[in-house]
Structures are given as structure tokens and as C-alpha cells.
Design a protein around this ligand. Structure first.
Ligand code: NAG
Length: 144
């Protein structure tokens, strides 16, 4: 074998190995689009600030009236590192600003839970996750 051919074979074998590691990590490998909704369901007359970001996107500060949502969609990246987080806050009855910063979408955590639409409902006690395609009731994932 010429050394060039040997090198080509070696590189090819390494690529195959690398590919199998990547696909094993992704299990079901969902590479479609994901749409996220974050609903303000805190209480009538309570407005909620929300500022969501990824490494590449900044969705800017938004303020949602009660029962409004912020929604956006994105394609998960090949490396499975897609991550969005949101800072959120609202004033409670006593005027105290209640706030938190939450991972709203993380590929390895979420690809099997919401491979299409991910819904978050912000309530007084925290953030509830919901997959509208499943029969599961909303699940309290984060508290303020
Ligand atoms: C988003 O908000 C609209 C308007 O309130 C509502 O009709 C819709 O159901 C919400 N979407 C989701 C997925 O929660």
C-alpha cells in the first residue's frame, strides 16, 4: 500500500469512528426544528419580563401581559449543543421583584421530551414544562 493510500484509509476509518460516537450520543438524533412557547400565566394583571438568549441569538427583553407568550423556533445544531436560557422576572403583590434564570432548551435534556413543540408556563410557584403532544400534565421544573 502506498503511504498516501494508507493515510486515506486511516482518515476514513477515523471519520467512521467519529461519526458513530456522535450518533451514539444523540440516540434518537432529532435534527428538526423546535418551537418554544413561554406563557405568562402568573396572575391576571401581572406582567412578566423575559430575556432569552443562545450563544448566537439574543431575543431582547420582552414584557408579556398575562396569558401572552413569547415564541421562537430554531434548528438544533449537529453537535447537540443547542442551548437557550431566559432571564425572567415579575413584581409580586408586595412589589418584590421575583426573578430567575432558566435553561429553557438544552438538546441533551430535551430532545426526547419535546421534539417539536416545547411549552413553558410561568406561574406563581415556578416554571412548568409541557409537551402538548403528550398526555402528561404540566410538570414543575423550576421554582423562582
Ligand atoms: C400562546 O398565546 C396565545 C394567545 O394567548 C394562545 O392562544 C396560545 O394557546 C399560546 N400558545 C401556547 C402553545 O401555549
Amino acid at each position: 500500500m502506498s503511504s498516501k493510500l494508507a493515510l486515506a484509509v486511516m482518515v476514513f476509518a477515523m471519520c467512521l469512528g467519529c461519526w458513530s460516537i456522535v450518533s451514539a450520543e444523540h440516540h434518537g438524533m432529532y435534527f428538526g426544528r423546535v418551537r418554544v412557547y413561554v406563557n405568562n400565566l402568573i396572575a391576571p394583571n401581572i406582567w412578566m419580563d423575559i430575556h432569552c438568549k443562545s450563544k448566537d441569538d439574543d431575543l431582547q427583553l420582552q414584557t408579556l401581559a398575562y396569558s401572552q407568550n413569547q415564541t421562537w423556533s430554531f434548528k438544533v445544531n449537529f453537535w447537540g449543543t443547542t442551548l437557550f436560557w431566559c432571564g425572567m422576572g415579575w413584581n409580586d403583590d408586595t412589589g418584590r421583584y421575583v426573578q430567575g434564570s432558566f435553561k429553557i432548551y438544552e438538546y441533551l435534556r430535551d430532545y426526547s421530551k419535546c421534539d417539536g413543540i416545547c411549552v413553558w408556563n410561568a406561574k406563581k410557584d415556578g416554571l412548568y414544562f409541557l409537551n402538548p403532544d403528550s398526555r402528561n400534565p404540566p410538570e414543575l421544573m423550576f421554582t423562582w
